[in-house]
Design a protein. Structure first.
Length: 508
């Protein structure tokens, strides 16, 4: 049997940016009827590779070959005309238009009276049915779920006769059932001969759906593998340059056992929450954290973890309950109130509620400190630079300089900038809502190691993660939430993934 012929080849691709060598002699290929995953740490070159492929960036050197012919896409539209289409994590659709209008935008079927709405709606429904989604083509897109919106985005590209489909973090906003629905569609499209590039940070999902893996490390091609021939631990080793079990800062069983229960010494209590609640958001709950505690919040999507964090930090106003900080009752009606009593908060939405993309790394780092000082106590540019340089070094933030725009950094390094922003205020309590979401395995390890080090230095941390393994790895106690209610608190030997799931399932 002859070897399969690639539909796409990228040969010896090089791409430099000021101070950064993004891609160095990278090779990549895709085959018809396969799902191909690109894996690597943040900053490994994944995004740049895709942007070169889709015409966002021109390579400094190297070749792109599509079905045996050289191509030079100069824009995403040019790439789309070649049959290379992308569905991004933030679905680029018009929510105020119908399903059909989104699918056929710019190419609506017409009759003598203008747009042929009947034909367009019928064709849209047929295309969506091909994706196992029954929906009226005339339905307003804003009334559809995120999962259906994702399918509409895929349908739009399929209508453009795509030969290569790039899915950028397509499952980040989907629940388990919606992920399985998407995977059914991907498998169907694969069986029809489509070449699919699947970009994700979820290892289990990648192994579930992909046929082939390309690994990049620091902008360099590390290797291409058949998925079944590359065990997870070996993939992680290739991405990180070390085995995952070398993560030395993981809280070992003895340390967890030693610090699993509150001491009863009220002088060490940093945060004492009594019956705090907000109707419709989170049922009244109580929590207590002492010096050096890492209290994990575990629960499924929509369980109330973020709502709990927002209430503590004063983003939302509680209807009942009290908060005591270091033994004194704190009146927290706003984030500024929370900051003034020594709290810091990293939101789960890094792009919208975190970084200020057009500001520099330096400016992003000093924002919270300047906010706490007020407008009449300006931090000099020299002092700003000193603070920024200190955290760039201590957190190992990969950036050409402190004056680089933060939007030019990888997701993991942007997350470190946010952590630096709050560490610069010297908080006694740090609230971290999904600090590892959307970043690669290597950056996750670094963030978790940082959390544990801060804990050992006496800082208290409220840690939220959708990954139970991460919560178990970092926490010395875990509060379990279900349907906006705190249903359990686990410590010591009770802290297992099985017990978390049992608490969620049984409510005890």
């Amino acid at each position: 049997m002859s070897a399969p012929i690639p539909i796409l080849e990228m040969k010896n691709i090089n791409k430099d940016f000021p101070g950064v060598k993004a891609l160095s002699h990278v090779n990549f290929r895709m085959f018809p009827g396969e799902v191909h995953a690109v894996m690597g740490q943040n900053g490994a070159g994944k995004s740049t590779l895709v942007k070169v492929l889709t015409g966002v960036h021109r390579p400094d050197s190297g070749e792109l070959i599509l079905e045996g012919k050289p191509i030079k896409p100069e824009s995403p539209l040019a790439a789309q005309k070649l049959g290379i289409s992308t569905v991004y994590q933030e679905v680029n659709l018009c929510l105020n238009l119908s399903v059909a209008e989104n699918i056929f935008i710019g190419k609506q079927p017409r009759n003598l009276g203008g747009i042929d709405w009947t034909t367009m709606n019928r064709k849209a429904s047929e295309i969506m049915k091909r994706l196992n989604v029954i929906v009226d083509g005339g339905q307003l897109l804003s009334s559809c779920s995120i999962a259906v919106q994702q399918m509409v985005a895929i349908a739009r590209v399929l209508d453009n006769s795509a030969r290569i489909l790039i899915l950028d973090e397509p499952t980040s906003s989907l629940d388990e059932g919606e992920v399985e629905q998407l995977f059914k569609v991907i498998r169907q499209l694969r069986s029809e001969g489509l070449a699919i590039l699947f970009i994700t940070h979820f290892l289990d999902q990648m192994y579930q759906i992909s046929d082939r893996i390309t690994v990049l490390k620091n902008g360099v091609f590390e290797g291409e593998y058949k998925t079944e021939a590359l065990p997870k631990v070996e993939l992680i080793a290739r991405m990180l340059g070390k085995e995952l079990n070398e993560f030395s800062s993981t809280r070992d069983k003895q340390e967890r056992s030693n610090r699993s229960h509150l001491t009863g010494d009220d002088s060490k209590t940093v945060l004492d929450i009594r019956g705090l609640g907000l109707r419709g958001q989170i049922a009244p709950f109580s929590l207590k954290l002492q010096d050096g505690d890492v209290l994990g919040l575990a629960g499924l999507l929509g369980s109330g973890r973020t709502e709990m964090a927002r209430l503590i930090f004063g983003i939302d106003s509680a209807e009942q309950g009290e908060i005591f900080v270091k033994g004194k009752r704190a009146k927290i009606h706003s984030p500024r109130d929370a900051m003034m009593v020594g709290m810091g908060f990293c939101s789960e939405d890094r792009k919208i509620e975190g970084i200020v993309a057009d500001l520099t790394v330096r400016e992003n780092i000093i924002l919270a400190l300047q906010g706490r000082k007020g407008i009449f106590s300006t931090i000099t540019v020299k002092r700003q630079g000193e603070i920024a340089d200190q955290f760039i070094k201590s957190l190992k933030i990969k950036t050409p300089s402190a004056n680089t725009e933060v939007k030019r950094l990888s997701g993991g390094n942007q997350q470190k900038v946010l952590l630096a922003r709050w560490l610069a205020t010297d908080p006694t309590l740090l609230i971290l809502d999904e600090p590892t979401r959307g970043i690669d395995v290597g950056a996750k390890v670094e963030i978790m190691e940082l959390i544990l080090n801060l804990s050992r230095q006496g800082m208290s941390v409220l840690f939220i993660s959708s990954e139970f393994e991460e919560v178990l790895r970092c926490s010395n106690r875990i509060a379990v939430l279900k349907d906006k209610v705190k249903v359990a608190e686990l410590a010591g030997s009770d802290m297992t993934e099985g017990n978390i799931m049992h608490a969620i399932a049984g409510g005890k």
